[in-house]
Design a protein around this ligand. Sequence first.
Ligand SMILES: [Zn+2]
Length: 269
Amino acid sequence: MAVFDLSDLSWCDTHCHLDACEFRDELVSVVKRSRAAGVREWIIPAVATSAFERVLDIVTQHAGASFALGIHPLYVGSAKRSHIEQLEQWIKRHRSDKRLVAVGEIGLDLYPGHPPFEQQQWFFEQQLRLAKRYELPVIVHARRAADQVYAGLKRFQIRSGVIHAFNGSEQQALALIGQGMLLGFGGSLTYEGSRRIRRLAASLPLHTMLLETDSPDIRPRWFSGDLNRPNEPSELAAIAACLAQLRAVSLASLSEAFAENLTRLKSSL
Ligand SMILES: [Zn+2]
């Protein structure tokens, strides 16, 4: 009897911060482990203009990696308005590079204590305007802000992108899908306590979803007790296995569906 090997299937980690300092001395082994687990593609969204060079370096050094350029809502406190012009210069320069897949990571995070809403909203809207102008999809961080993100996407007529680590309601999920967004799922679905996320991950149509690890964050359930260990892209294969179980489908069918969704996202450039 053939032994089923997870690494026979191919996956893309559609949201991982391989430029994070946690990976600085480890990147070669992290990528090696990822490939060995069948996770052979990665999308690396930058979080600040100061990260753009590093992200581009990583993409150049590792076949299978692509990137997004943006200013993350939790980094707008240290961003200047001129960073929007810098971002636009970078987008212009790399517009014809197939590895540039989106404007991101952009978004809104209404968790208390984070940068003021008006400041976040200004950067979010400026970046939506750039996505529209250069016809790029968006990669969006939406924490306690799914409605506000939806309103922004609608106002700027953005019809392609990913809401990463989706954690809203079913109604919000359907509205964002209706606006053309894919919803990213990852480590959160491995926790039995994440009832709403698990229910959505099990029931939404597969063509509306993508898988991601958000490495080095959103550690899967089996990391508990190992508090200093950063999450990494190789974990995506086990997260996919967890999703296959929730949906009672084969891993092969998941791998195929997510590859199609990724192609659709990339071809909307
Ligand atoms: Zn992120």
